[in-house]
Design a protein around this ligand. Sequence first.
Ligand SMILES: [Zn+2]
Length: 116
Amino acid sequence: MIEMAERAHDGKWTKAVFVPEIRKGLHKPNAIEWMVMVTGVALCSVGQWGVFIGAPVALAGVYLGFFMASKVERGLYLGECPHCGAAMSATHYQEELGCPSCHAVVKVRNERFEAA
Ligand SMILES: [Zn+2]
C-alpha cells in the first residue's frame, strides 16, 4: 500500500551556503581584465597609434582588475551533493559541476545544488 518509491528525478536539491571570498587589499583581476591589460600593453609596442589606443586600454584593465569591486560576488558555495550527500563546494562562476564523490552532475542555481 505504502509506496517507498524514491523520486530521483525532478525537485531534488540541497541548500548551498554562499561564502564570500575574503579579500585582503587589492583583489585579483579576472581573466578578462588580464586580457585587457595584456592587449593594451601589446598595442603600445606597435607604434605611436598603438600607444595612443593601447595605453588607455591597459590602464582601464589595471583599474578594472585591481580597484573596481567585482559585480559578481566572488566566493564559494558550500553544501552537500543532492545525489549522495557528500560535502562539496562550487565556485561562484560554476553553473554545473560533477560531484567529487559520486561524479553525478550537480547544477548550482539560486543557492541550491540541484540534481541534474
Ligand atoms: Zn555525489
